[in-house]
Write a protein that binds this ligand. Structure first.
Ligand code: ZN
Length: 663
């Protein structure tokens, strides 16, 4: 089963107080919109967050003012023009049902349920009889509309203390006052949800697609994956995810072996926005980024209660999907070409045990590589490490005996590693578990210190000590070579001693190194990746890039004159290589009207790059390079294992196909 490239996720959450629902739906309007949008699949809705259904249901509640049965009409209209229709069911929220059965709602430890004065949807607990009701709906939809597949929404682990959860915890011997035990128990509730809903579908359809949406594919959380047929990476850049969530998520998703899609929105902000539009250039960039990373595309839209598809929206979608259509043949059945991997900090915690906002190491490391146009893959501990020449272990990769043994074997087999801060140490103490003469003395007492790079790491850096903003790990280098020193401040800033407006200036050597190298391992004492993610200081990135060059003496896998706003990826499709270069500049322009602490990045302008020079390390002999959009051959040179290319212009998205000679 091959997933379609040009999908729409059609939201429809419609108050029971609105009349004439679907009254203006027409087959002609629906089909015309899909064709205008170059759409080949659209997720249509059986039941919305309001808990109301849009077909003739025997087990649930149809919208009281439904003028026409929208679901079967949409399925029929789409089928006539060859468009697929997976079906949406709101699972985790159901406004109708929570008012029938408030006791099925998620209850906080203090006994609090939902606030009756707040507008908005309320979460239901999958440990209550609500799950039986949901499964009955799934079975009904699977019987009435066989084979279409399901998208189940608002799934996640809830710390719930409802009657069923309290009783369940008591029976299981779980102390409900102990947060970790509660999370472990709720993890079981979540697995049970996945099993039961999927089995409900499977009773009527053995092959239909199914996806359970939690808003993020948690890296390392593989226990739920048997209940999925594919992955959908919800990542609306203007809806809180930002422009760097998708590339990080996609570079992990592709290692799972599932077909996957990237999901953005046509909105200026996010879901629920009526009358909001982003610029076509933004949607073109977002969908180009998806196919460059091996994903199919999905664009979120929201249908007006009257059922009429919005012409401007499908004009906007069509501008992006026409470009995807021209390129998709070169983007299916691809695997990443990466010499470098990031072992995900999130994967180590299985997405659960630590708060996600503390795990900035993955994002910092990914940003450094993205901004340097270095292709990479994001892996978990199950990955075959030997596929990579170099693995980055960002900040928090504490190693249990199994992981430590795997990393030791990887290094013994010729791999290189770049570790920072707590990475490479035992889970419960500051002590290295890899073979090294370095030893850790615990965290530095200094809340900020300074890094002074030595000559081998000096390229492109200032030669003065530059400031950091987090405590480093104090390490005795042993036989390792010190590549950069840490300098301490006069004192930590406090009420009784401070200097100037911010941190205290340096006074000299701190007595512990900032960067050391031993064999094929380079260790950074600072949480350099979280630091970069937090403050964006380009010197940190330059320092890491200089360290990567030390570990890859034949050069970085890609070098170019591209600016940090450009993105690059290299894929293998059969025997050929497919190169993607992207360029757009998201600019912070505002925030969600409902959350002033958020930020909305806008892409408004095309900012083409000219005369791009690229050098790629390529194994094997290239016979031909061409532009798959124009079909024209382009000149290239190959020497010393590298291919040189010149791109006259990169306007949003430029591709090159490299055909290889047989070995
Ligand atoms: Zn509960």
């Amino acid at each position: 089963m091959s997933m379609r490239f040009r999908q729409i996720h059609l939201d429809f959450h419609t108050s029971e107080q609105i009349r004439g629902v679907g009254s203006e739906f027409s087959k002609a309007n629906f089909q015309e919109a899909l064709q205008r949008g170059h759409v080949d699949s659209i997720t249509v809705f059986a039941k919305c967050h309001h808990g109301l259904s849009y077909y003739d249901t025997k087990v649930a509640y149809a919208h009281p003012h439904l003028a026409q049965p929208l679901l079967p009409l949409m399925i029929e209209a789409a089928a006539e023009i060859g468009v697929k229709t997976p079906i949406y069911i709101s699972a985790g929220v159901d406004e109708h049902m929570i008012h029938q059965h408030p006791e099925w709602g998620v209850k906080a430890a203090n006994g609090g349920g939902f606030n009756p004065l707040a507008a908005g949807f309320k979460a239901l607990c999958f440990n209550t009889p609500y799950l039986d009701y949901l499964c009955a709906q799934i079975e009904e939809v699977a019987q009435l509309f066989p084979g279409h597949g399901l998208f189940l929404d608002i799934i996640g682990l809830r710390r719930c203390f409802c009657t069923w959860c309290m009783r369940g915890m008591e029976q299981a011997g779980v102390d409900p006052r102990h947060d970790e035990a509660v999370v472990r128990y709720q993890y079981g509730v979540l697995l049970d949800y996945h099993r039961r809903t999927t089995e409900a579908l499977r009773r009527h359809s053995s092959a239909a697609p199914i996806f359970h949406n939690a808003g993020h594919i948690s890296r390392g959380f593989k226990e739920i994956l048997p209940w999925f047929t594919h992955l959908e990476l919800e990542s609306l850049p203007t809806g809180g995810w930002g422009y760097d969530h998708f590339p990080l998520s996609a570079r992990y998703a592709i290692t799972t072996g599932f077909d996957f899609l990237g999901m953005t929105g046509k909105f200026h902000t996010t879901w629920g926005e009526f009358g909001g539009y982003k610029k076509p250039v933004a949607l073109q960039y977002e969908t180009a980024h998806m196919i460059a990373l091996g994903a199919r595309c999905s664009v979120g839209d929201q249908l007006h209660p009257n059922g009429r598809m919005d012409a401007d929206t499908y004009e906007l979608v069509g501008a992006a999907y026409a470009e995807v259509e021209r390129r998709e043949a070169w983007c299916a059945n691809v695997t990443p070409v990466s010499e470098i991997a990031i072992l995900s900090e999130e994967a180590i915690s299985h997405g659960f045990t630590a708060a996600q906002h503390d795990q900035l190491g993955d994002e910092g490391a990914a940003r450094m590589l993205l901004e340097s146009q270095i292709p990479f893959t994001v892996i978990d501990t199950d990955a075959d490490f030997s596929q990579y020449r170099l693995i980055i272990f960002p900040d928090g990769i504490r190693m249990d005996p199994a992981l430590a043994a795997k990393v030791r074997a990887y290094l013994a087999g010729g791999g290189s590693a770049l570790l920072s801060y707590g990475s490479g140490m035992a889970p419960d103490r500051d002590a290295f578990v890899l073979e090294t003469t370095m030893s850790a003395r615990g965290e530095s007492p200094w809340t900020n210190d300074y890094i002074l790079a030595g000559d081998t790491l000096a390229a492109g850096l200032v030669r003065s000590p530059f400031v950091t903003y987090r405590k480093a790990m104090m390490v005795d280098p042993g036989q390792a070579t010190v590549l950069a020193a840490a300098w301490k401040p006069y004192f930590n800033r406090d009420y009784n001693h401070f200097c100037s407006h911010q941190h205290t200036p340096y006074t000299g050597d701190a007595g512990y190194p900032a960067v050391v190298r031993e064999g094929a391992v380079i260790y950074f004492a600072h949480p350099i990746f979280s630091l970069y993610r937090s403050v964006g200081q380009p010197l940190y990135k330059q320092l890491v890039m200089n360290a990567l060059r030390q570990l890859l003496p034949d050069g970085l896998p890609v070098t170019s004159n591209l600016p940090s706003t450009a993105r690059l990826n290299l894929m293998r499709q059969g025997t050929r290589l497919v190169l993607h270069v992207l360029h757009a500049v998201p600019v912070k322009r505002g925030a969600s009207p409902y959350n002033p602490n958020s930020s909305i990045e806008v892409i408004e302008d095309r900012l083409p790059l000219h005369d791009v020079e690229l050098s790629l390390r390529v194994a094997g002999k290239v016979s031909r390079v061409f532009d798959p959009v124009s079909g024209c051959d382009v000149p290239f040179a190959q020497a010393d294992g590298r291919v040189s290319l010149h791109l006259d212009r990169v306007d949003l998205h430029e591709m090159r196909v490299l055909e290889m000679l047989p070995d």
